[in-house]
Design a binder for this molecule. Sequence first.
Ligand code: MN3
Length: 212
Amino acid sequence: MENKYPFELMPLPYEYEALEPYIDAETLHYHHDKHLKTYVDNLNNALKDYPELQNASLTTLLVNIEELPPAVQNAVRNNGGGVFNHNLYFSAMRSPREDNKPTGTLAERINKQFGSFEGFKNELAAKSIGQFGSGYGWLVTDKDGNLDIVSSPNQNTPIGMYVMPLVPIDVWEHAYYLKYKNLRKDYVENWFKLANWDYIEELYKNRENFFK
Ligand code: MN3
């Protein structure tokens, strides 16, 4: 799937039931088929009168957002961010595993920077739970592999020339409210059973493709 205009709805990489019991099929159906679809449609709509932007990848649009025509900056930030963030969010999950942890170079880096996987998990969970209102908690890396944990409001993404997003934890209420109601903390803690550490480790190991 080419990641440029006209953007397409990324197929969900698993069945709607695949993340049960931690993310229910109904939530996943609405989140992917309705919410993400709307961001895709709105992004295409925002770019339809800008042929000079239609060959740019989504990453290029988001990294260079300040250089875009002022009239499309907010639409790209909100809807382009919505597409990028959700594609990564859905890709970075898989069916639940107990004792779910990264391995390899990413695990080594996490242990070095955060002391242990538990220390890392607690910090990413706290950042995600603490995001005021809608947004995301993120694990990001720079080109040298230095990790950081940040949060962002709305559909803003921390993507940039020096920062590559690895993990988004979506804490918009649409990600969890049907099942968890107001208990964002329970949803975030259960998200760690769904993290696709193989996928995330591949992103981390191949980060030079992002920064070139
Ligand atoms: Mn969402």
